[in-house]
Write a protein that binds this ligand. Structure first.
Ligand SMILES: Cc1cc2nc3c(=O)[nH]c(=O)nc-3n(C[C@H](O)[C@H](O)[C@H](O)COP(=O)(O)OP(=O)(O)OC[C@H]3O[C@@H](n4cnc5c(N)ncnc54)[C@H](O)[C@@H]3O)c2cc1C
Ligand code: FES
Length: 370
């Protein structure tokens, strides 16, 4: 049914009373309505739009937020931890990264009534893209958020899929959403949780397993893991461990989906790519100057600026590397680029001279404010 037909059927007065869908291209402001401490180093931030709007997203998707810190606009991705079944509000759940710029700023500064900018939603890590009779959710630390949004969605829709949710944390006091997950096991007959803690911490009465997640432990919690659609999110080392365990049992990779939150550690493939680029890249092409770091690097016309920066050993924020998330958004002070983005930047930002360096190739020498 078209919007026109829906308006006709509902009647204009009723139709106009229904808030429109949030569109971050036109209206990118989110107002914080509530801050909820989840653990000693994790907080959830709830948002609404200034004028009533409905959020529509897939459980597991993320938004890219932009905050101004010391006069500089900084972008980071955060998974929407709330379910799409509560369309009037949207929450993100942020773990403090030691020394991290944005997570610490949010914890220290973002209060109800304050506004931030946001872009999205984006991402393909969602069970809604891979419906299955049985799921296994595996998370470590703040990687719980996309799986929480998926679980909350099942719970609120009154669906009762067969889900085993195994969450790993440092100690029992680090388990995010512990009470809510436990509550969900009472409300859904086929929803089970398993918590695995590295150490007991101060919880001397902790009776669940301690240590890292191992294959025997995983098999004991989920004997039928081979029959499940697996969604995994957590620190890189955790996901590497999970992939190794699944390879050991010959798990079909077509039924395994993962999301990485980190951009700090380059994967083995990325490192190899960077080394190749270094070997291949002659000092011809264009010069990219980064004003804040004071670095000038060579970049070939067929090379993305981010790849050239990585090849030169620079550490710049990025996540998706395909022009979707907006993490690498930077101000171009001069020069020309050709950019082939996937929605991670708005037209008005492009008009204002912003570029996504992961998907921009130089057409001249370029100066970037970074
Ligand atoms: C799709 C997606 C979804 C995400 N969802 C969530 C979520 O739901 N919850 C969540 O908490 N996070 C999430 N993240 C991670 C989030 O985007 C941030 O990366 C995280 O909050 C850290 O950002 P920061 O600005 O605090 O840290 P940054 O300033 O980016 O630093 C990260 C780490 O690197 C170190 N570091 C920074 N610069 C240097 C340097 N020059 N040399 C050495 N070390 C350095 C810092 O000390 C810190 O430990 C998600 C990421 C992605 C890509
Ligand atoms: S890293 Fe995601 S848009 Fe560039």
């Amino acid at each position: 049914m078209s919007e026109e037909e829906a308006r006709e059927r509902l009647g204009p007065a009723l139709w106009d009373a229904v808030p429109a869908k949030w569109n971050s291209d036109q209206d990118d402001v989110l107002v914080c309505t509530h801050v909820r401490p989840e653990t000693h180093d994790v907080k959830s931030f709830l948002f609404r739009t200034p004028a009533p709007r409905l959020f529509r997203f897939r459980p597991g998707q993320f938004i890219t937020i932009e905050v101004e810190i010391d006069g500089e606009a900084v972008n980071r991705c955060y998974t929407i931890s709330s379910p799409p079944t509560r369309p009037d509000t949207l929450s993100i759940t942020v773990k403090r990264a030691p020394g991290g710029k944005v997570s610490n700023w949010l914890h220290a500064n973002l209060k109800p009534g304050m506004a931030i900018k946001a872009l999205g939603p984006a991402g393909e890590f969602s069970c809604t893209f891979h419906p299955a009779p049985k799921y296994l959710f595996l998370s470590g630390g703040s990687g719980v958020t996309p799986l929480m949004s998926m679980s909350r969605t099942f719970y609120e829709l009154g669906e009762d899929p067969d889900v085993v949710f195994v969450h790993s944390a440092r100690t029992p006091r680090d388990i995010i959403f512990r009470n809510e997950l436990t509550m969900m096991t009472h409300g859904m007959t086929k929803f089970r949780t398993g918590f695995v803690c590295e150490q007991m911490g101060e919880h001397r009465d902790w009776s669940a397993p301690t240590g890292y997640l191992t294959l025997p432990l995983l098999k004991s919690i989920v004997p039928d893991l081979a029959e499940r659609e697996i969604f995994c999110c957590g620190p890189d080392a955790y996901m590497k461990n999970v992939r190794a365990m699944l390879a050991e049992v010959g798990f079909d990779r077509a039924h395994y989906h993962e999301e990485s939150f980190s951009f700090e550690n380059l994967s083995a493939e990325e490192k190899a790519e960077v080394q190749n680029l270094q070997a291949e890249a002659p000092n011809t092409g264009y010069t990219i100057e980064f004003t804040k770091s004071g670095r000038s690097i060579p970049c070939r016309p067929d090379q993305f600026i981010l790849d050239a920066a990585k090849a030169a050993g620079m550490r710049l924020p990025f996540s998706c590397s395909k022009g979707v998330c907006g993490t690498c958004k930077s101000k171009k002070i001069s020069g020309q680029v050709v950019m082939n983005h996937g929605g991670g930047i708005r037209q008005r930002e492009i008009d204002a001279g912003m570029v996504l360096i992961c998907c921009s190739k130089p057409l001249s020498d370029v100066v970037i404010d970074k």
